[in-house]
Design a protein around this ligand. Structure first.
Ligand SMILES: NC(=O)c1ccc[n+]([C@@H]2O[C@H](COP(=O)([O-])OP(=O)(O)OC[C@H]3O[C@@H](n4cnc5c(N)ncnc54)[C@H](OP(=O)(O)O)[C@@H]3O)[C@@H](O)[C@H]2O)c1
Length: 167
């Protein structure tokens, strides 16, 4: 397994906590080079230290502070990754927000926020990354949820997860 990932460049959104952080640390242990993004700089620094403890070299980790709801930030994430590493092998669209509410009790603002952060960013970042992933015969991993297939969760989350599963 380690050989499969050694020297690969993985870009992970939402790497500053939770599953994105866990994925970064695991890939670091397998020899991956990492482009880590999120908005919380302090949390990203902590994850970077954990990646180094797991075996990554300092120069093999790039930190880019970016808000995935902003188009220019998505371009910055891809550009900084390519400038630093010269290639991209894996895109992990992991960043996401959870808001509760239903059609009955929710608001259009919540719906729009979820679409912007959880769906639109996945679409655009993938679009920006695909030309580079084709060159490396790379992959995209979209972090969705079982809620996208079946659940009693709030409807906005289900809509979003269905869309991400479709992408
Ligand atoms: N945990 C679960 O049980 C579960 C179940 C099903 C699906 N999921 C999905 O798995 C993914 C990760 O979930 P998690 O539980 O690990 O969540 P989490 O700990 O809350 O992490 C979410 C990550 O997304 C980033 N993020 C949120 N909004 C952002 C924005 N506007 N711009 C850039 N980054 C942003 C956060 O970084 P910053 O705060 O630094 O910006 C954070 O690193 C999400 O897509 C979630 O929907 C989780």
């Amino acid at each position: 397994m380690a050989k499969l990932f050694a020297e690969k460049v993985a870009l992970i959104t939402g790497a500053s906590s939770g599953m994105g952080a866990g994925t970064a640390i695991h890939l670091a242990s397998l020899g991956c080079k990492l482009s880590l993004t999120g908005r919380n700089s302090q949390n990203l620094d902590k994850v970077i230290q954990d990646c180094i403890k797991a075996g990554a070299k300092d120069g093999d980790i790039l930190k880019t502070i970016a808000d995935v709801s902003q188009e220019e930030d998505l371009k910055k994430i891809v550009d900084s990754t390519l400038n630093h590493f010269g290639k991209l092998d894996i895109l992990i669209n992991n960043a996401g927000i959870l808001q509760t509410g239903s059609v009955e009790s929710g608001s259009l603002q919540v719906f729009d926020d979820i679409m912007l952060v959880n769906v639109r960013s996945v679409y655009l970042l993938s679009q920006l990354a695909i030309p580079h992933l084709k060159k490396t015969k790379g992959n995209i991993v979209n972090v969705s949820s079982i809620a996208g297939l079946r659940s009693k969760q709030p409807v906005e989350k289900n809509v979003r997860k269905n869309l991400v599963s479709t992408l």
